[in-house]
Design a protein around this ligand. Structure first.
Ligand code: APR
Length: 238
């Protein structure tokens, strides 16, 4: 497809999903060999799973931390950081990913709506901020406690919990004239609705990934290909 022109008046909102980190060697969730093929969501990623067996949850996320520590940003992460460097505050990145590959590529104006692997927080809503924690735990005994006594849990939005930073995300979508969605299957809400919100505001909407997402009909353009191959050179900033 021809390059997408980004003019001096455009404001760009980018949403990324697991597909953008696939070329860094991190598995996606819903591929036939993805994370949800090997693990049951209800065992490792729900508030009930945490109540029932916090070690099972920590074991899963310790595995994700181990994978993340080995991964490096790929050309797709760098392409978005480069676009941000050109657009400054007219660029905003919202990722569903909990890895830190976007920031390691240089992205700054970003939010992690589903949390961050490199942080832990109190299991109680005690108000204390998440703390940096990259520990790969090998037993529950190693996991620390908050000053309030609560066990530390991964700073991850479990299924059934409310995504983070939604006010800021809605505000940025409201201002966007171009939405670019990369590497997400369009099966998890509210992220799968962002394209509809952007369309309501009159924005152009572009999807990039090797296969059409479930919400493909809502995009004005679908660019089929791997993010690392398509994103570099996709934007023509005028
Ligand atoms: N480049 C771009 N996209 C890719 C690539 C690639 N190289 N490889 C795979 N993809 C696409 C797949 O085609 C698929 O559409 O990435 C998408 C991954 O989809 P999912 O596994 O469903 O991941 P995601 O959409 O990010 O999941 C959303 O679900 O389990 C939860 O909280 C978790 O944030 C996650 C949310």
């Amino acid at each position: 497809m021809a390059a997408i022109s980004v003019s001096g008046k455009d404001r760009v909102f980018v949403l990324t999903g697991a597909g953008i980190s696939a070329e860094s060697g991190l598995p996606t969730f819903r591929a036939s060999d993805g994370l949800w093929a090997g693990h049951r969501i209800e065992d490792v990623c729900t508030p009930e799973a945490w109540q029932r067996n916090p070690w099972r949850v920590w074991e899963f996320y310790s595995g994700r931390r181990a994978d993340g520590a080995k991964a490096e940003p790929n050309p797709a992460h760098f392409a978005l950081a480069e676009l941000e460097a050109k657009l400054g505050e007219r660029f905003f990145l919202c990722t569903q990913n909990v890895d830190d590959l976007h920031e390691r590529a240089g992205s700054v104006r970003l939010v992690h709506m589903h949390g961050e692997l490199a942080k832990s927080r109190c299991e109680n809503e005690c108000g204390r901020a998440p703390v940096e924690d990259r520990t790969i735990y090998t037993s529950l005994d190693e996991v620390g406690r908050c000053a309030c006594g609560g066990l530390l849990r991964p700073h991850i939005v479990f299924f059934g919990e409310i995504p983070l930073e939604m006010d800021r995300i809605q505000e940025e979508i409201g201002k966007a004239t171009l939405m670019v969605v990369v590497g997400t299957s369009g099966s998890v809400y509210p992220a799968a609705n962002f394209v509809h919100w952007a369309r309501l505001g009159g924005a152009r909407t572009v999807y990039v990934g090797p296969e059409a997402p479930l919400n493909a009909a809502a995009f004005t353009h679908v660019v089929e290909g791997k993010a690392g191959e398509v994103l570099l050179g996709l934007f023509q900033v005028g």
